[in-house]
Design a protein around this ligand. Structure first.
Ligand code: HEM
Length: 133
């Protein structure tokens, strides 16, 4: 829980991290499992993961989401650039993945505001995932 201070003693209000608002470890894991169930069955993007260990990919992405939403200080995986460059990923594939994140979160009952917040955070790293743009 992060606090915003009015002065050194008085906190104005408390703001939870995005991680906490997504429902913590369990909430994030549900999103990641749901989005990959769609990704691995979507002909537009499934091929990128043809040779992947799917269980490992779900675990890695859950760890990355936890890190990037403020649930964990460190990320011990590869950099997003190192991971994605050279795979031929374009804007279209990126948007497909984002669509799967959005629809999974809708199905889980998350509000649009929270969905936008997570998507905006992932968008910040967009240049690292893509081959062009
Ligand atoms: C939405 C933003 C995205 C995030 C946050 C993300 C995150 C990640 C993470 C955390 C890994 C694992 C890195 C590691 O092993 O240390 C990974 C691997 C990978 N990602 Fe992404 N990714 C995104 C978008 C995409 C897109 C759009 C594609 C292609 C459609 C893609 C394809 C892959 C592939 C092929 C791997 C390697 C899987 C393997 O090791 O076999 N990613 N990604």
């Amino acid at each position: 829980m992060q606090k915003i201070y009015l002065d050194k003693k008085t906190s104005l209000h408390e703001v939870s991290s995005l991680f906490e608002r997504l429902g913590g470890q369990e909430g994030v894991t549900n999103i990641v499992e749901g989005m990959y169930a769609k990704i691995f069955n979507d002909p537009d993007v499934a091929d990128f993961f043809r040779k992947s260990d799917k269980g490992h990919q779900v675990k890695k992405m859950a760890a990355f989401f936890i890190y990037t939403t403020g649930g964990q200080e460190d990320w011990d995986g590869k950099s997003m650039k190192e991971t994605h460059q050279g795979r031929g990923i374009g804007s279209r594939q990126f948007e497909r993945v984002i669509d799967h994140i959005r629809s999974t979160m809708h199905e889980l009952g998350h509000l649009d505001e929270l969905i936008d917040e997570l998507v905006n955070r992932l968008d910040l790293l967009k240049p690292a995932y893509l081959e062009e743009d």
